[in-house]
Design a protein around this ligand. Structure first.
Ligand code: IPE
Ligand code: IPE
Ligand code: MG
Length: 246
């Protein structure tokens, strides 16, 4: 029996977030350059998007490029940006066919103009879709997001649009760039690294974390199913006692 059959569809996570890591090591193992790993990671993205959409997951956030990744060698950064623009442009018909709505979180003003334009066009062209929400974290870091949110709230208070008393966990959450999305219940990181690397620090407060040694370019639907099955075995207590939640 495959893992898919073990998934309880009635208690699927609404929102899954993935740190797609290990492209470079995957390529290096094969004696290729790092970009070859990124190129092969695209197929894994297709697999998880399709897998999540088929199951009926509502939100899928993929960490594709962090603020810190800008400090990588220029050749890798420009290769990644080209791959990004190219992939997005090519995937729009498939996104539309599968009723998938694209969103982006991150400081997209940092992206090269071409990549930014392709992205904005893809967001527009998929905006009326009502199935899976695919959220790409690009030029994203959680500390950037939190500081940016604080600045926007401070401005609203200064402009009299918001009062200090209006700031609470709900209004703060709504002001984050992820404000329209529920918090992820499940976060998966590939490649055997056990860290968050500046990803959704606020939103992951109570997420279940699944770490796998699989390198991102080897990640397939079956790995997604396994992570969901693992998630469904966990007892989520949110600070309460076991007795309180049963
Ligand atoms: C993840 O793979 C993709 C990005 C961060 C853009 P890496 O490029 O980090 O691959 P490793 O971790 O060096 O193997
Ligand atoms: C995290 O991976 C960012 C993405 C997957 C986009 P990194 O490879 O940049 O993270 P570190 O440097 O290992 O923490
Ligand atoms: Mg990495």
């Amino acid at each position: 029996m495959g893992s898919k059959d073990s998934i309880n569809i009635s208690s699927l996570p609404k929102h899954i977030a993935i740190i797609m890591d290990g492209n470079g090591r995957w390529a290096e193992e094969k004696g290729k350059d790092r970009l070859f790993g990124h190129l092969n990671g695209v197929e894994s993205v297709r697999e998880v998007v399709e897998g999540a959409a088929e199951l009926g997951v509502q939100y899928l956030t993929l960490y594709a490029f962090s603020t810190e990744n800008w400090d990588r060698p220029l050749e890798e950064v420009s290769g990644l940006m080209e791959l990004l623009a190219d992939t997005i442009r090519k995937e729009v018909p498939t996104l539309n066919k599968n009723n998938i709505k694209l969103h982006v979180i991150g400081d997209i003003n940092m992206l090269p103009v071409n990549a930014k334009n392709q992205l904005e066009e893809a967001i527009r062209e998929t905006s009326s879709n009502s199935g899976l929400n695919l959220i790409m974290a690009l030029s994203y870091s959680s500390r950037w997001e939190i500081v940016d949110t604080v600045k926007r709230i401070a401005k609203d208070v200064k402009d009299g649009i918001m009062q200090i008393e209006d700031i609470d966990q709900d209004s703060f959450h709504d002001k984050l760039v992820t404000g329209a999305f529920p918090d992820p219940e499940l976060m998966i990181r590939t490649s055997g690294e056990y860290r968050i690397s500046n990803f959704l620090l606020y939103q992951l407060a109570y997420a279940e974390l699944v770490f796998t040694n699989t390198l991102w370019p080897d990640f397939r639907k079956e790995h997604l199913y396994e992570a969901i099955v693992d998630y469904q075995k966990r007892e989520r207590r949110f600070g309460k006692t076991k007795q309180q939640i049963i």
